[in-house]
Design a protein around this ligand. Structure first.
Ligand code: NAP
Length: 477
């Protein structure tokens, strides 16, 4: 019930520390108590990660890093139930979605294990340059050093592993700062890596708030890269204060989905109900804006409302539950205010829009416009808007009318149109005949515009977590 930071394999949970309670968002029960890290702990964690990088990690061969990762994946498979139940409790995520998260997490570690043995360089044709005869040029990929991993509450395990697993595969050490709202699965993950044989100090955990431990981690001179997933305001702050470090920012969006008149409506509706409301819309690529061709708008809306009303709201630990709580009451109140603001400006609630404590009923809005927060900003709640359009150009213009550009969905049976639209959407990724909310853990993932900088997706994260090093040899003929 009481958890502390883990630095060089030792837990820091002494009685004198400030504490913070982790609360179950559904029933407000106390899940755990955190013994918080202070600035000395943060300093110790970074120094220890820095020393461990030089003393241990640099010497750990790829086959051993791959073995450790493989054992960690196997252990997570064994402990799937414990992890899933923990995420239900600390995040309020319905059990079926929590289980999906663990399954994805296992794959993420396995991808990293496989790739750890395949970090390759190249041999350059040095004689391409005049005077380059009898020279050999090698390019190696080398680890950066200490990675600061800062993660959000919504996929507490999988998004943490999108940083930790490639960092280990590439031979870096990590100082891991999970979200204060969901630290228990993070703690369990660090313990799991210990059990898998990861040397002490390779993965140090600091439990504390963004302000107290996140900020000094970002500015610390011995940290070589910050890999952050979270909101735009925090991402912006990190970008400004990270100095010379490499930075990966995986931020928010207001993802568009476009349905042309030849779309398979039934399958799009089924997908989009999940895409808009899974984990109460607290997903960075949640379907927030759905643009529907005017000829199928009425039919789509009717079916979309019908399936949405059938969603089961309740206790996230029940197998049948589709919609559980939002992360806290403040988040639910904020989303409700945005709905009310849109209604005052002329929007219509087709279904939902009611709040009780942390639960906000799945909400479909129409008659919306670009000046409403539920359209212009990231709503990050079970709120989706359906908007009719006339022609392809208009749909593209609407979809691109955003400060964000993470991932989009396009529904049409016309492959020429699909490719034309995909090319014009200002997004990090576009799915055709699939919802914006679908993500596989092995494709490049990351936004353009203010949705972020850099890419994740194991292979791409490894590229960002390594540096190119050139070694030239002058040969005697
Ligand atoms: P958040 O409030 O930005 O917090 C994310 C992490 O940053 C937490 O660990 C937080 O710590 C820490 N933090 C806060 N202030 C900080 C600072 N000044 N310096 C360093 N770290 C700081 O985000 P959230 O509410 O947990 O997550 C929701 C957001 O994440 C949404 O915007 C969503 O779109 C985005 N997201 C993006 C992706 C993606 O892959 N693009 C995926 C998932 C989520 P504490 O909370 O412990 O204080």
């Amino acid at each position: 019930m009481r958890y502390g930071s883990i630095i060089n394999g030792q837990e820091r949970d002494e009685d004198h520390r400030d504490t913070l309670d982790v609360i179950n968002p559904y029933n407000q029960e106390k899940v755990a108590e955190l013994a918080l890290a202070n600035s000395t702990d943060l300093e110790d964690a970074v120094n220890n990660s820095f020393d461990t990088f030089h003393s241990t990690m640099k010497k750990l061969p790829a086959h051993q890093r791959a073995d450790i990762l493989r054992r960690a994946a196997d252990l997570l498979e064994e402990k799937e139930k414990d992890f899933a139940e923990t995420i239900v409790k600390e995040a309020g995520k319905p059990i079926k979605y929590s289980r999906d998260e663990i399954k994805r997490s296992i794959q993420v570690i396995r991808f990293a294990s496989e790739l750890a043995k395949n970090i390759t360089g190249e041999v350059l044709p040095m004689d391409a340059a005049i005077g380059g005869e009898n020279r050999m040029g090698l390019v190696k990929r080398i680890p950066l050093g200490v990675i600061g991993a800062i993660t959000p509450f919504n996929f507490p395990l999988n998004l943490s592993l999108h940083k930790i697993a490639p960092a280990i595969a590439a031979g870096n050490t990590i100082v891991f700062k999970p979200a204060e709202k969901t630290p228990v699965s993070a703690y369990m993950l660090v313990k799991l890596f210990q059990e898998a044989g990861l040397p002490n100090g390779v993965l140090n955990l600091v439990l504390g708030t963004g302000e107290k431990v996140g900020e000094p981690l970002v500015t610390h001179e011995k940290v070589h890269k910050i890999s952050f997933t979270g909101s735009l305001p925090v991402g912006r702050k990190i970008r400004e204060s990270a100095g010379f470090k490499k930075v990966t920012l995986e931020l928010g969006s207001n993802s568009p989905n476009i349905l042309f008149e030849d779309a398979n409506i039934k399958s799009a509706v089924t997908g989009l109900v999940k895409g808009a409301f899974a984990f109460s819309g607290q997903v960075c690529i949640s379907a927030q804006r759905i643009f529907v061709h005017k000829n199928i708008y009425e039919q789509f809306l009717e079916e979309f409302i019908k399936l949405t009303k059938a969603l089961k709201i309740g206790d996230p630990k029940d197998e049948e539950t589709d919609i559980g709580p939002m992360i806290n009451e403040e988040a639910a109140k904020r989303a409700k205010l945005w709905i009310d603001d849109a209604v005052e400006k002329g929007a219509k609630i087709e279904t939902g829009g009611e709040r009780s404590g942390t639960i906000l009923t799945p909400t479909i809005m129409t008659n919306v416009d670009r000046n409403m927060k539920i359209i212009a900003e990231e709503v990050f709640a079970p709120v989706v808007s359906v908007i009719p359009f006339d022609c392809e150009d208009e749909a593209i213009e609407f979809a691109n009318d955003s400060i964000y550009g993470l991932q989009a969905g396009v529904f049409t049976r016309d492959i020429d149109r699909a490719m034309r639209v995909a090319d014009q959407l200002e997004m990090g990724g576009v799915w055709i005949n699939e919802i914006s909310t679908y993500r596989q853990d092995n494709h490049p993932y990351g936004g353009v515009k203010q949705s972020g900088i850099g890419k994740e997706g194991i292979k791409y994260a490894i590229e960002d977590m390594t540096e190119m090093k050139f070694i030239g040899i002058k040969l005697n003929p």
